[in-house]
Design a protein around this ligand. Structure first.
Ligand code: DUC
Ligand code: ZN
Ligand code: ZN
Ligand code: ZN
Length: 463
């Protein structure tokens, strides 16, 4: 396959080039129009004139088919990865969940079974450590050897996922030894639970109270606590879904001190805000995710963090639940609303909107959505770059095409969209996954089960 006439975008910028693919990988990036003179013949030529040629998006934070709050997230590996491909994402990294009293290996095996035969694009795993004990600590080393090189801990959700500081520091020491990255959901969950109980006691049960009971200060406090423990132990630390300027400030401090501390944010924190949680007729429940949506002024601070590289990655935390029936579980009590938003399909387009609005550069778009995620989680240069030898995971993106988002037309298996009616300038036209065209001109041509597990290396960002 030869892709001609496009602008190949990388963190170094955009350059006119033709891309030659042989089988599953890129074989050459050529000066435009030189293929014939070099004696190259292609079975298929894709005209990308006027389009961007991007490394496929990498979403390192998804929850497919995840048990949560008495139900399951509604996208499985088939529907979720297909929707990802529609949106220009060709790799996801999902989270096997350790059960209390269960082993990490069992969690990873369960997730392999969920993904095999279903995934339409390639995928990796981070393991959620929900029960830190001597056995699971030892298991971390074995998982690193299997290519599961990052472990997520929670400072939130007491009784469900929360790890106490003594558990966190043990996991961090282990990671410092085996080179794995610790991922942290940083919110002070036990303090938040008391605030939640006060709200309920006062009769405040509507969705907006989900946000009002999870203050920014208790996000920043947890980020600071984890960053200090990482400094003490030497563990690489990656904060998932940072939602506030105060949290980013703590990361900035740690990074300025030269530490291996990294921040992720999500499109919902860049584009939505707490007023969405206050929508009438229980519509606010559609916007219940954790951390909660913040006051609108936080958005500018997050964009700034993306420009300064204090935030290095944008991932979705895709964790969809239907408005009916799932979100209705919390009709009379916001605590029972399953936490999470659908988003895996729209990350690339939303971030492109950041480009057209002047929040980030074209090069930075590719860096935070593909190149850095690949490096951060040990997949580079197999993934995250259009270069000879790399997997031919390529998105041809039309920066001028218009589209309107709607739950009627999106591809996620969920009955609403948090971006309903939004108009995007820019649209995915063609998607290749390991050289195979899986999406072209509005038709999905991939197949479930073709996606492969990626055995990841350690983070390539550590100093
Ligand atoms: N946040 C969510 O919104 N959903 C799942 C878990 C989480 O931390
Ligand atoms: Zn989380
Ligand atoms: Zn998550
Ligand atoms: Zn989350």
């Amino acid at each position: 396959t030869l892709i001609t006439g496009g602008q190949v975008v990388s963190p170094q910028g955009a350059a006119a080039a033709d891309v030659l693919i042989d089988g599953e990988t890129v074989s050459a990036v050529l000066t435009p129009g030189t293929a014939a003179a070099l004696g190259v013949t292609a079975d298929r030529t894709i005209d990308a004139a006027g389009k961007y040629v991007l490394p496929g998006g990498i979403d390192v934070h998804t929850h497919m088919d995840m048990p949560f709050g008495g139900t399951f997230s509604v996208d499985d590996f088939e529907t979720g990865t297909r929707a990802a491909a529609w949106g220009g994402t060709t790799t996801i990294v999902d989270f096997p969940v350790q059960k209390k009293g269960g082993s990490l290996q069992e969690a990873v095996d369960t997730w392999h079974a969920k993904a095999e035969g279903k995934a339409c694009i390639d995928y990796g795993f981070h393991a959620i450590l929900a029960d830190v004990n001597d056995t699971s600590l030892k298991e971390m080393d074995g998982l690193v050897d299997q290519g599961v090189t990052s472990f997520k801990l929670f400072m939130a959700y007491p009784g469900v996922f929360l790890s106490t500081d003594d558990q966190i520091i043990q996991a961090m020491y282990r990671a410092a030894d085996n080179g794995a990255t610790i991922m942290m959901h940083a919110e002070n969950g036990t303090a938040i639970d008391q605030i939640v109980q006060r709200a309920i006691a006062a009769g405040n049960t509507a969705p907006k109270w989900h946000g009002l009971t999870r203050p920014i200060a208790l996000e920043a406090e947890a980020v600071n606590r984890a960053a200090q423990m990482a400094d003490v132990t030497g563990a690489p630390l990656y904060f998932v879904h940072l939602s506030s300027g105060a949290a980013v400030d703590v990361v900035t401090q740690a990074r300025d001190a030269g530490r291996n501390v990294f921040g992720e944010t999500c499109p919902q924190y860049l584009f939505l805000d707490e007023s969405d949680l206050a929508r009438a007729d229980f519509e606010g429940a559609k916007y219940v995710c954790t951390p909660a949506l913040r006051p609108v002024e936080e958005q500018a601070k997050l964009w700034r963090g993306l420009r300064t590289n204090d935030l290095s990655v944008v991932a979705t935390d895709h964790c969809p639940f239907c408005f009916v029936p799932d979100k209705q579980l919390g009709k009379d009590d916001f605590r029972a609303i399953p936490n999470g938003l659908p988003g895996v399909e729209h990350r690339m387009d939303l971030l492109h909107m950041g480009v057209t609005k002047g929040e980030i550069s074209l090069a930075r778009w590719v860096e935070i959505s593909a190149a850095t995620p690949a490096r951060m989680f040990g997949m580079y240069p197999k993934k995250g770059v259009v270069a000879p030898g790399s997997d031919a995971d390529i998105v041809i993106y039309d920066p001028t095409a218009k589209q309107t988002v709607s739950a009627q037309t999106h591809h996620m298996n969920v009955d609403y969209s948090v971006y309903e009616g939004w108009e995007f300038t820019g649209k995915v036209e063609t998607v290749l996954s390991r050289g195979e065209v899986v999406l072209d001109a509005g038709e999905f041509t991939g197949s479930p089960g073709r996606g492969k597990f990626i055995k990841r290396s350690l983070s390539q960002y550590l100093v």
